[in-house]
Design a protein around this ligand. Structure first.
Ligand SMILES: Nc1ncnc2c1ncn2[C@@H]1O[C@H](COP(=O)(O)OP(=O)(O)OP(=O)(O)O)[C@@H](O)[C@H]1O
Length: 577
């Protein structure tokens, strides 16, 4: 919670002045019943029109000043709550960027989105309510009681009985409904997760005719939310009848006992009216307090969820910089490397060793789940190795700054993502100052120049969300070009040409090899054909090395490799190998 308070520090002025202005409005509200009493007792009773006009004008003045105070408070509340939300959202977003894959996996991407949006909205609302109502509502409760006592302390005993009774009713209702409100929040979380998942995967859902199943899942989640909301609503619906019952009995008591006192001459009719007004004011203010409790309870849960993210620190720390040995004989070296994900004990990679030299191509092949992408994650230092030794240009990656590491490696991940914007903007991600010539060169090498040229707007062609206005193969080539623009010393393609036909794939490989005299290349592929000209191929089988060598060497030494080739190539092709 402390972590969140620092974002309010900037708005101390608004947090103090806002409630003070609201207090001015509340004071005026407490004065109004007294003026009404005076109008009745002096003006109407004495047929004194000038006095009625005088008090009427006073009422108008109080209303105008009260409204102005309320608007000023509203302004401060909006300024502080929106500013707080914006600062917090920016800080949270920046913090998430600094986290490693492990922490992001731990919370989950969709939950992070909900926390960044819904939870911060909830906190914004709470800040606005603190400024607008947190001081005003209790002040009105207390003020109404005091004002009533000022008029007639004996009759005000009705307040002293009614106020605790109303408080008990509020407590009973709130304590029963708040758990439901908490549950509603987590159910809303689940619903937004389902909505997002479904809309993201709408093509897959339709292609696999799973609409009905997904509809059922969604309906179930909506019904659960509906049930919980109804339960909370049913409890909450007792609030007004019960509190109004107490207030109406109190008003009856005030009128009954008050009328005796009016006959006795110790109280006036106007004062009775003022008493009734104070009673109503107190009830409304207590209801506001009850709503505030609900808002703050929800905000409390949201604050915990936001703080949980902010208190995470990246498990990947980059130490002091040591200069890279650019003339090192090896780009990447792994010696007996093993790795398990932080959330499991089971080794995903075991005893992996290889050396990749500058200008060389390393192919990685293996079945699904063999650990190919995981190995790439280690080279990128998305995770740290669990055992063994990993060096990049002769250095432990822990001693390379993050910027240098990212500048060194151009990664085209398996699930490539293009961002909304133009093709040029996407290309400049790796190198913001890249000129058109550099971009076209990268596009040519990635075999993407032809189709970009065919676009009417060329590099200024707009890329829709996720690159949906391009085919799978075009997206892959654009993603490869984007990685090439920054001219990385090590280019990693994680199954990034799977959607290309063999001829385009071959042209791509040729271009990459031609340009990459000094650049090392790691190619992950499920297709043996795509890797056959690599300088060495690492065969992974269930996280273990099942061979390392050239295509020809592996055909003699690695049964797993032979099996992969046999499953993909025809007998004729196999015989020609
Ligand atoms: N973040 C993670 N946390 C825990 N386990 C993971 C994580 N990511 C991957 N794994 C597990 O690690 C194993 C290897 O996954 P990896 O993605 O490296 O395989 P792969 O060879 O690239 O497979 P594919 O060819 O299907 O992409 C799998 O069993 C997977 O379940």
């Amino acid at each position: 919670m402390k972590k969140l308070l620092i974002y309010l520090k900037k708005y101390q002025k608004e947090l103090v002045l806002g409630p003070l202005f609201k207090l001015v409005e509340a004071i005026f509200e407490l004065i109004v019943p007294l003026i009404m009493a005076a109008i009745i007792d002096q003006g109407i009773k004495g047929h004194d029109l000038p006095l009625i006009l005088h008090y009427g004008l006073l009422l108008v003045l109080l209303a105008v000043v009260g409204l102005a105070s309320s608007l000023i408070c509203q302004y401060f509340a909006a300024l502080a709550s929106q500013g707080f939300g914006t600062d917090l959202r920016n800080a949270m977003f920046a913090h998430i960027q600094s986290l490693s894959y492990f922490e992001v996996d731990q919370i989950g991407t969709l939950s992070l989105i909900t926390r960044c949006n819904n939870d911060i909205n909830q906190l914004q609302l709470a800040v606005a309510m603190i400024i607008r109502l947190a001081l005003r509502a209790p002040f009105l409760v207390l003020g109404s009681c005091i004002m009533a006592m000022r008029i007639d302390w004996q009759l005000a005993l009705v307040f002293l009985i009614a106020a605790p009774l109303i408080t008990i009713v509020l407590y009973l209702i709130m304590s029963r409904s708040i758990p439901y409100y908490r549950s509603i929040q987590s159910k809303l979380d689940r619903l937004s997760l389902l909505t997002r998942e479904n809309l993201d995967g709408i093509r897959v859902i339709r292609a696999t005719s799973n609409q009905e199943h997904e509809q059922q899942r969604f309906t179930l989640a909506v019904e659960e939310l509906f049930d919980t909301s109804i339960k909370a609503g049913k409890i909450q619906s007792n609030l007004n009848p019960l509190t109004y019952l107490i207030v109406n009995f109190s008003i009856l008591a005030i009128i009954y006992y008050g009328s005796h006192r009016v006959y006795g001459g110790s109280l006036t009719q106007g004062e009775i009216i003022a008493f009734v007004s104070y009673m109503t004011q107190m009830l409304l203010a207590l209801n506001v307090v009850a709503n505030l409790v609900v808002i703050f309870t929800k905000a409390g849960a949201s604050a915990n969820r936001v703080s949980e993210v902010l208190s995470l620190s990246s498990s990947i720390q980059f130490n002091d910089h040591q200069p890279l040995a650019k003339d090192s004989e090896a780009t990447v070296t792994m010696k007996h490397v093993s790795f398990h994900y932080p959330n499991s004990e089971e080794n995903i990679l075991e005893d992996i060793s290889f050396t990749l030299k500058p200008g060389e191509v390393l192919g990685i092949i293996g079945g699904t789940g063999a650990g190919k992408s995981t190995l790439i994650h280690l080279i990128n230092r998305f995770y740290d190795i669990s055992e063994g030794e990993l060096t990049l240009y002769g250095r432990d990656p822990k001693n390379i700054t993050e910027d240098e590491l990212r500048g060194l490696i151009g990664l085209v991940p398996q699930k490539n993502i293009l961002f909304t914007g133009t093709i040029r903007e996407n290309m400049c991600w790796g190198k913001p100052d890249a000129d058109d010539e550099e971009i076209w060169e990268a596009l040519r090498d990635a075999q993407a120049a032809d189709f970009v040229m065919q676009q009417k707007s060329g590099l200024d062609t707009l890329v829709n969300q996720g690159g949906r206005n391009f085919s799978g193969g075009q997206r892959q080539r654009l993603a490869i070009a984007r990685a090439l623009v920054k001219k990385p010393a090590l280019l990693i393609l994680d199954d990034s040409s799977s959607a290309l036909d063999y001829a385009t794939d071959a042209k791509l490989q040729k271009a990459l090899k031609l340009k990459g005299k000094k650049r090392s290349l790691i190619l992950i592929s499920q297709r043996a054909n795509s890797l056959r000209y690599a300088d060495q191929i690492l065969v992974l089988d269930d996280g273990k090395m099942a061979g390392l060598g050239t295509h020809e060497e592996l055909l003699k030494s690695s049964p797993v490799y032979v099996e992969i080739c046999a499953s993909q190539l025809s007998e004729k092709e196999m015989n020609n190998l």
